[in-house]
Design a protein around this ligand. Structure first.
Ligand code: ATP
Ligand code: MG
Length: 578
């Protein structure tokens, strides 16, 4: 420790809102250079390298080949794919001294497609899967949470090329399997969820989520195994009917929100119908209706109504619509009514009357109004029905640590990347891409494995396995015993740190807990007089005195078990304490 550069901090950095951001800085593992830009200090870099190696092993084991592409990418490639314009301000753009446009790669579909086109020529060479572990740049609108959402970060990105959909599916399944294994080896509690493909493109995609309350993603999951990002998941809401004898227009003065309306009528929000107005690609008015207790999913709306955009308040006024009291009866001429499929089963709606201060109860579908089209429009929420088994879904928050995509021929077609098939005919490659956020994974591990005083590294990614703490470095016997123990353990193959600093015991303990060494061996004068040392397990806080004569034997046994179990989640410490 006297030679390691580990500048621990006593206080929390002011801007750190979540555990990983706070603890990684306090434990002297990372330092902020600029907003969303971080340096990895020696211990942080050791952990990062361990995660990289886990990822590398799982990629290599599945036949993927490691390469290294440049971060600096010529703009022409991005013009070819159309993403120079589509990607928006997140793309870090720059111009060289000759006035050539470049970007700092946020992802590498364009570069890899240009790399293989013209050289990967025959169906006989397929499939091919190439990957790299490299720095990525995204000018995030809101960099935050330290390594979780940064502007410069480490990603493992893999790209595969195929001649058939079956071949793509095979690699996609192998990569998905690798991603689950990587999460397991990093000690993460995770779920694979149905997702939306966003910027990257393609249709089939799965996200791997580390469960954490600090996660930005909302998920729903079911005991049957189904799980989805709420951005993407199918929604089966169950609205309820507020049954009345006939259509009735009621005065609802000052009532504009669903909550106010439900309270006014003493009915649940699920018995009301929410209306949202928008325009389609031709500027035509479309009014959407969804159950009152749900939110509109704009991605789904866009899929159901090409070009869909919510109206601004001024646009609503121009159409003669009343915000807070819109309904399907007496809509402006030509307006299209699109409703969430769940409302099909609701014969009478509680809904706005298209008149300020009025709503309808008992508005009858088919009699008082008609719906032009039905679609899945809502953000799925906990308690909705599981689309696979019908049980009530549960909710959780997650950190997206990785994602796999089936791209199809989006990039190969746009960029003219073709191979010759069996009949000597040019065909565009079928592609897949697969990304692991390596630095984000590091932060996710800390989110799941920490407490008030510090980090509790899982053994497989800990900066070292054991820290030996001599409490009085000036005592020759204490120091010698500590040094012997450290070198014995190192000889057995453990990664060992010796805290040889001339510091108070309190300082050493606090640092050891903060940094989170999985095992501490404490050598103090008092216990040494009885030929004992204290052993502390960070994961559980368990501690106990162990006879010096048996500790070497225990370590040797533990090490054997560790090697046996290096791919499992079991730690050496269970062994040490059993
Ligand atoms: P997000 O939705 O969180 O912005 P994304 O879906 O845009 O991420 P991908 O394009 O799927 O990200 O990139 C692959 C992986 O790279 C992600 O699963 C994530 O782990 C990581 N990643 C993406 N953006 C960032 C970022 N700003 N900081 C750290 N890691 C990131
Ligand atoms: Mg993603």
């Amino acid at each position: 420790m006297s030679k390691l550069y580990v500048p621990t901090l006593r206080d929390d950095p002011a801007d750190a809102e979540i555990a990983s951001h706070r603890l990684l800085q306090r434990a002297g593992m990372i330092r902020k250079t600029a907003s969303g830009v971080y340096t990895f200090l020696p211990l942080g870099y050791r952990v990062l390298s361990k995660i990289e190696n886990i990822v590398r092993e799982e990629m290599n084991a599945r036949g993927a080949l490691e390469i290294m592409m440049p971060a600096l990418q010529p703009s022409e490639l991005w013009h070819e794919s159309g993403r120079w314009d589509d990607y928006g301000p997140e793309l870090m753009r720059l111009v060289d001294r000759h006035d050539h446009g470049f970007c700092l790669g946020p992802t590498h579909e364009e570069l890899i497609t240009s790399l293989i086109r013209g050289e990967l020529r025959s169906y006989k060479q397929l499939p091919v899967c190439l990957y790299q572990i490299q720095v990525k740049f995204r000018d995030e609108i809101r960099p935050r949470f330290g390594l979780l959402r940064s502007r410069e970060f480490i990603m493992k990105d893999a790209y595969s090329f195929h001649d058939t959909q079956e071949s793509l599916q095979e690699t996609y399944d192998a990569m998905s399997d690798a991603y689950g294994t990587i999460c397991n080896r990093c000690g993460l509690e995770w779920r694979a969820v149905e997702a939306d493909s966003g910027q990257i493109g393609g249709k089939v995609t799965t996200e791997f989520m580390a469960l954490a309350d600090s996660g930005e993603a909302e998920l729903v999951y079911c005991d049957c195994g189904y799980a989805a990002n709420t951005e993407a998941g199918a929604c089966i809401a169950h609205p309820s009917v507020h049954a009345v004898d006939r259509l009735e227009k009621i005065e609802t003065p000052g009532i504009h929100t669903i909550e106010e309306l439900a309270e006014f009528l003493s009915i649940p929000t699920s018995s009301t119908v929410k209306a949202l107005s928008g325009k389609d690609e031709d500027g035509g008015l479309t009014v959407l209706f969804i159950p009152g207790d749900h939110e509109l999913n704009e991605i789904k709306a866009l899929r159901a109504i090409p070009g869909f955009e919510l109206l601004t308040d001024e646009e609503m006024l121009a159409f003669g619509l009343h915000k807070g009291s819109m309904g399907p009866i007496d809509l402006p001429e030509g307006a299209r009514v699109v409703a969430d499929v769940s409302l099909k089963a609701i014969p009478q709606w509680v809904v706005g009357a298209n008149e300020e201060g009025y709503h309808y109860v008992g508005a009858a579908q088919g009699t008082d109004f008609t719906v032009d089209a039905w679609a899945d429009l809502c953000v799925v929420a906990p308690a909705d029905a599981c689309p696979e088994c019908g049980c009530a879904l549960k909710g959780a928050r997650g950190i997206e640590v990785s994602q796999v995509f089936q791209l199809g021929d989006k990039y190969s077609k746009a960029m003219g990347a073709t191979y010759l098939d069996k009949n000597g005919k040019e065909q565009p490659f079928i592609m897949g891409c697969y990304g692991v956020g390596v630095s984000r994974t590091l932060a996710a591990i800390v989110e799941q494995h920490s407490d008030d005083v510090g980090i509790r590294w899982p053994l497989a990614v800990a900066p070292a396995h054991i820290c030996v703490l001599p409490l009085d470095v000036k005592d020759e016997n204490v120091m010698k015993t500590a040094e012997n123990l450290a070198s014995e353990a190192a000889k057995l193959g453990f990664e060992v740190v010796l805290d040889d600093r001339d510091e108070r015991a309190g300082v050493k303990f606090a640092d050891a807990e903060l940094i989170g060494w999985p095992l501490q061996i404490i050598v103090g004068k008092r216990s040494l007089a009885e030929n004992k040392v204290e052993v502390r397990r960070r994961l559980t806080g368990e501690s106990g005195e162990i006879d010096l004569d048996v500790i070497a034997e225990l370590l040797s046994f533990a090490n054997k078990r560790m090697n046996d179990m290096s791919r499992g989640g079991v730690t050496i410490f269970e062994t040490l304490f059993s």
